[in-house]
Design a protein around this ligand. Sequence first.
Ligand SMILES: NC(=O)c1ccc[n+]([C@@H]2O[C@H](COP(=O)([O-])OP(=O)(O)OC[C@H]3O[C@@H](n4cnc5c(N)ncnc54)[C@H](O)[C@@H]3O)[C@@H](O)[C@H]2O)c1
Length: 265
Amino acid sequence: MDLTHRLDGRRCVVTGGGTGIGRASVLRFAAEGARVLVMGRRAAPLDDTVEQVLAAGGEAVAFVGDANDEGCVADAVATCARLWGGLDAFLANAGSPGTNATILDQTVEEWQTVWRDNVLSSMLAIKHAGSVMGAQGSGSIVLVSSVASLRANAGAISYSAAKAAVSNLAMTAANAFAGTAVRVNAILPGLVRTPMTAKVFEYAQARGKSDRIGHMTPLRRTGEPHEIAAMAAFLVSDDASFVTGQCYAVDGGVSSTHPQGRVPL
Ligand SMILES: NC(=O)c1ccc[n+]([C@@H]2O[C@H](COP(=O)([O-])OP(=O)(O)OC[C@H]3O[C@@H](n4cnc5c(N)ncnc54)[C@H](O)[C@@H]3O)[C@@H](O)[C@H]2O)c1
């Protein structure tokens, strides 16, 4: 099979597509033949992503808008449908990380921001993409959750709880579309090197401990954005035609282990 044509002609929206996992996914979708509407809050990174797609001979357009704003999401979906005649895939990737505040120092402001950026944005993606896809009869919605949704210590408290809601949304929404060919799944990345996690890598490097990051994972390393994009491309493609309501960890295996020191084999 020729993977470069797996998404030929597919009409896609990717939120948070100017950086990190979102950008890698846009590049991967376009490389496989998709047309991508690249959505985000800042024009400059979106334009960079689009330029990279165009330079490689692909098709993409930038769309400045907030993934938390219902009008913007509805407009992004409508723009994709107007430009290309429909919507086949929506990658709800936009998200924000929260702070390291202790459980006793949590603030309403942080919870509102983190839950809007991660949960509300996912719900709006499902609602508006699902509406077009439901009318079409098919489509794939992929939410970017996190291994932080599974258990503690992989992110801020507000973020872990919000991502647990995102993972749950993949299951509940898939069932809400029962009887149609609209699929909803979630990807749960482990630690991946992106602008969101840059401080973690800088902190370790400054202390000469770069080799310690990712050492608890079976693969003994952290991930790269293109490795998450590969799972996203699979989930939006027909290769995943029998896959819905699932949460896939792409995490070097870290969510399969209990924390403990290395045991010699
Ligand atoms: N990097 C990791 O280790 C990791 C691990 C697990 C999950 N994730 C998730 O992956 C997704 C992508 O993050 P990333 O690591 O690529 O970091 P990133 O900061 O590069 O990407 C997040 C993008 O989302 C955009 N964004 C945030 N809120 C938005 C909003 N309301 N509207 C529009 N755009 C918005 C940001 O501007 C940014 O471009 C996020 O949902 C994040 O929670 C990342």
